[in-house]
Design a binder for this molecule. Structure first.
Ligand SMILES: NC(=O)c1ccc[n+]([C@@H]2O[C@H](COP(=O)([O-])OP(=O)(O)OC[C@H]3O[C@@H](n4cnc5c(N)ncnc54)[C@H](O)[C@@H]3O)[C@@H](O)[C@H]2O)c1
Length: 375
């Protein structure tokens, strides 16, 4: 009886949200929460006062703060979304968790495995949910392919490729994205984390054994490869030069003999535009997701044999819901009361892999990740 009453309360009491960081990602979070029944966005924090005022007015957000501590300390908030530059993910999330809030953090979970580990420990100690916004996992093509893999369509996947390559797409040249301290890295941590997540999700969260990676900074430091139109709020937190890689490649060894090749660039001399996707090679079939300039149609191809001859299947996949699905799942998890598996662990694993990639690139050797410790 007692448990039943508690569950009803969990499912009916409105959940009150605060969003920290109101750039493009933060606004996406606000919009996604507003689609959820029984969820209210009641507070927002951003040091950029004009942006704070604009978002608060557009979405009717009652409480506004320029210092996130004033938001995380409030006891009338249940949930905090973290959509700041990467530097602030750990301090904001930990402050929120220590104040008993559930946290949805933008990707990457943190700048390093060490910071991500501290966030996971804070979530576990607080007994609260820490989820990461891996929105590309919610794409229709990824979901359809995941179902196909689960039904055995590819057999055992023994080789995979995950790629996100741009011709000229350095976000906010000279802003936080290209500042090592604020971002933690370049395209590997920014885009690589999405495709790494996509690949590991499709492969069923296998254990990663080691990585061997290389990074390059050939165009960015010479002022080439910038993209126009990213948030002008970025300069508020310190303009600088170009301090991160503009291209990264990694060879990842996975338990059971599978290998994964990751490549990512913000800027490179290649065909124009922005391409991302994965390719999976299995014992019973293959599959490729290839997205050109975010075009949603015909992105999934399945390779099989039909009547003894090679065949390609182009499933008609639904669009997918991105952040809306991320936020809906996060809210459902909170309402379910079943939080133990939602402590940021998958975000931590990806942060450790990316850490190992950067270390491998510096040291020029393969880095082992066995046991979660790099060596
Ligand atoms: N999941 C996705 O597809 C996706 C897409 C874009 C960005 N992101 C992630 O979202 C985060 C933000 O990226 P963005 O593109 O919105 O950046 P942005 O630069 O457009 O916005 C960041 C905002 O955070 C604010 N900010 C800076 N310091 C702050 C602090 N201490 N407290 C509160 N707010 C602060 C800035 O003033 C700015 O308004 C990054 O971690 C990025 O990796 C994810």
């Amino acid at each position: 009886m007692h448990v039943a009453r508690w569950m009803i309360t969990m499912q009916t009491v409105p959940l009150r949200v605060g969003v920290v960081g109101l750039g493009g990602a933060g606004e996406t979070h606000v919009k996604a929460y507003l689609q959820q029944p029984g969820v209210e966005v009641v507070a927002a924090a951003d040091p950029a006062e004009a942006r704070l005022g604009q978002i608060a007015a557009s979405y009717n957000i009652k409480h506004q703060f320029t210092d996130y501590h004033d938001l995380t300390a409030r006891d009338d908030i249940d949930i905090i979304s973290v959509a700041t530059p990467n530097y602030f993910h750990a301090p904001v999330a930990i402050a929120a968790l220590e104040n008993g809030k559930h946290v949805l953090c933008e990707k990457p979970l943190a700048r390093s495995g060490e910071e991500a580990g501290a966030m996971v420990r804070a979530a576990t100690a607080a007994g609260r949910v820490l989820d990461v916004a891996f929105n590309h996992r919610q794409r229709g093509d990824v979901q359809v392919l995941k179902n196909y893999i689960n039904s055995g369509g590819l057999g055992r996947v023994y080789y995979a490729k995950a790629s996100w390559m741009r011709r000229a797409g350095i976000p906010g040249m000279g802003g936080w994205f290209t500042n090592r301290e604020l971002a933690g890295g370049g395209p590997m941590i920014d885009l690589g984390v999405h495709i790494l997540d996509m690949a590991l999700y499709l492969l069923g969260e296998p254990q990663v054994l080691s990585v061997s990676a290389a990074t390059y900074a050939e165009l960015g430091p010479r002022g080439r490869g910038g993209s126009a139109g990213r948030g002008d709020t970025q300069t508020l937190i310190g303009a600088g030069g170009y301090e991160v890689e503009d291209l990264a490649t990694a060879f990842v060894r996975i338990a059971g003999g599978t290998t994964l090749l990751v490549e990512t660039s913000w800027a490179a001399y290649r065909r124009s535009g922005d391409n991302f996707g994965v390719a999976l090679y299995g014992t019973e079939g293959g599959a490729e997701i290839s997205v050109q300039d975010y075009t949603p149609d015909d992105t999934l191809t399945i390779y099989t044999d039909t009547a003894g001859v090679p065949a390609e299947v182009h499933p008609r996949v639904p669009r997918g819901e991105g952040h809306n699905a991320v936020v809906r799942n996060f809210i459902e998890t909170i309402r379910s009361g079943d939080w133990a598996a939602h402590n940021g662990q998958e975000g931590l694993v990806r942060a450790q892999i990316i850490d190992a990639c950067y270390r491998s690139a510096v040291e020029g050797r393969e880095i082992s990740l066995v046991g979660g410790v790099t060596s």
